[in-house]
Write a protein that binds this ligand. Structure first.
Ligand code: GDP
Ligand code: MG
Length: 445
């Protein structure tokens, strides 16, 4: 009997928390997936080790099995590793010239990406200058000129008989006179990492002030991407990475490898040969692509939204009973922020004219900003309350209100107003819960 009990207990436990066995089993599968996506094996090893440490002992979320829970954690860590949000190329302030140098192996996509970037800057009302610093092939200069023309941006070239560093210098002089910025240097690559190439890039950096060095890397580089990125970063120093040819069927493990080994942000993704095919890099999309477990990730999302739904149901029950307190209010604010804030929620609302919501949607930007500001002040006030006060606003006497006002940095009249509005809201909800008539009632923000 004891043995049986023990077994039951074990099963229970392994359902509630991730055991070492659960984690190891799932990670075996994930390791295989990452290697198949051409993530560098050293990066995979390090990554798996970290995830293992984080995952063991974690609670398994409702609706998921332990394996799926591990995948959820892996996905989160992948996103974190690739940078949690999108990053832009940092430009110099005001009208100061930003010099951007493109670097990378031959065929990586430097010349194409240079022209793609120029198009983006032009759309933003800037006047970029493209500079032909690849002097080894006449075709390279021509290629940049053709692409520049397509984009309607100026190309600076001096032929093949000058040093790239001197061309860069002359180009910047030209840009100063003509008000061009950014100045984007299209440099020459080599088929493999090569001392001459590095020396040439170093010379450019020593001759002119380069503000941003961007490594362009082909997504199909595979395992070797790590060495390429490390070499460029060690020898010339890079500020960011653009991964090209992600329109192909590669899973894009190179992106992860490069980020892991250089720590530099991935800025854009090249998605085709056309000059408009340059997209912002989204770490979360890349993570699921590399992991290649779309189905499981969808399932995880569903489980997550179910939990939110449960919370929402609980909240609406409370609302009906008018048991809604300030703690609940904070919680609902949090959920709203998770959904992207008031303005994004309103933009998602379909035309609800006639239901009173149309009016809400009709708020202009300024009104929305004001509403969001009011909500932030309200939050500040609630945060200055003790838990007891949040759960039971009836205890709020003048001296407590004074303390709260001081804590939140607002006038006591504002605290009074909010507490009063909150009380009215509760009364209102009680009426609605009893099926009373719908009166006029405003949320206190
Ligand atoms: P560079 O030697 O680094 O200057 O490389 P290029 O810009 O000349 O590009 C080499 C080849 O890759 C060209 O045929 C480009 O059209 C192609 N290419 C560049 N970026 C992309 C991309 O994002 N997707 C695809 N499919 N092809 C690309
Ligand atoms: Mg080129």
């Amino acid at each position: 009997l004891t043995e049986k009990l023990q077994n039951v207990f074990k099963n229970l436990r392994s359902k509630g928390r991730l055991t070492e066995a659960d984690v190891k089993e799932a990670l075996k599968e994930i390791k295989r997936a990452l290697l198949a996506a051409d993530v560098n094996f050293k990066v995979v090893k390090e990554f798996i080790k970290n995830v293992q440490e984080r995952a063991i002992g974690q609670d398994v979320m409702n609706g998921l099995n332990p394996g799926q829970m591990v995948i959820k954690i892996v996905n989160e860590e992948l996103v974190k590793l690739m940078g949690s949000e999108t990053t832009e190329i940092k430009l110099q302030p005001g009208s100061a010239i930003t010099v951007i140098m493109m670097a990378g192996l031959q065929g990586a996509g430097k010349t194409t990406t240079t022209a793609k970037l120029a198009g983006k800057y032009k759309l933003k009302g800037k006047k970029p200058l493209l500079v032909a610093c690849d002097v080894y092939r006449p075709a390279a200069i021509k290629q940049l000129q053709v692409n520049g023309e397509k984009q309607g941006v100026e190309v600076f070239a001096m032929g093949e008989n000058h040093k790239p560093a001197d061309i860069a210098k002359a180009a910047i002089e030209h840009a100063k006179k003509n008000g061009n910025t950014p100045v984007i240097l299209d440099t020459a690559g080599r088929l493999h990492i090569d001392e001459d190439m590095m020396a040439e890039l170093q010379e450019i950096k020593e001759t002119v002030e380069v503000h941003q060095t961007i490594l362009v890397i082909d997504a199909m580089t595979g395992q070797d991407a790590v060495n390429v990125a490390k070499d460029f970063n060690d020898k010339i120093g890079i500020d960011g990475v653009i991964v090209t040819k992600l329109d192909g069927d590669t899973r894009g493990g190179a992106a992860l490898s490069v980020k892991a080994v250089t720590g530099k942000p991935i800025l854009y993704a090249g998605m085709g040969e056309k000059l408009s095919d340059l997209e912002q890099f989204y770490p979360d999309r890349m993570a699921s692509r590399i992991l290649g477990m779309g189905d499981v990730l969808t399932l995880i999302e569903k489980a997550e939204s179910q939990i939110d739904e449960e919370k929402a149901k609980e909240m609406s029950k409370k609302l009906k009973k008018a048991q809604f307190d300030f703690e609940d209010y904070l919680e609902s604010m949090k959920q709203m922020k998770n959904m992207g804030g008031l303005s994004s929620i309103m933009s998602m609302l379909p035309g609800l004219g006639g239901m009173g919501m149309g009016k809400m949607k009709g708020l202009d930007d300024e009104q929305t900003a004001q509403a969001e500001k009011n909500m932030a002040r309200m939050e500040a006030i609630i945060y200055s309350m003790t838990v007891e006060e949040r759960r039971n606003p009836d205890v709020l006497n003048p001296s407590r209100k004074h303390r709260i006002a001081r804590g939140a940095g607002v006038d006591i009249s504002e605290v009074n107003r909010m507490v009063k509005q909150f009380g009215e809201m509760k009364k209102m909800m009680k009426m609605m819960g009893k099926g009373g008539k719908r009166g006029k009632f405003r949320m206190p923000f």
